[in-house]
Design a protein around this ligand. Sequence first.
Ligand code: 5GP
Length: 119
Amino acid sequence: VFDTPPSDTIFAKMIRGEIKVDPVYQDDHVIVLKDINPQAPTHLLLLPKKAQIGLLRNASESDAETLGRLLTVAGNLAKEHNLEEGYRLVINQGTKSQQSVNYLHVHLLSGRQFSWPPG
Ligand code: 5GP
């Protein structure tokens, strides 16, 4: 998985328009898609458009605005989708966390009870 450069991942291809997508939301920084294999009644993926970051450890200071926008958009989506009963944001990093796509993305999950600590 991590041998694939972020720019060669399926998410980068979607952002470049090489793979057609039906975004739930997008702005200059962030595109939001429904996860193809949802793990909750609501399962969205928030992808940064400009900074093609694989792992967060490879992000730089110049990515700060995009990184901030990911969380701002997450909050806006929670408001718009009336997720007041709770939701969870997840960023998997590395193989032990089950990350499968080497392109930074935030999962927004809602609509069911989540456990803590996570499995
Ligand atoms: P990760 O495991 O890297 O944290 O999350 C990758 C996510 O991308 C998974 O939840 C997976 O279901 C989702 N995914 C993989 N391929 C596609 C796709 O082609 N379209 C969409 N919408 N989601 C995808």
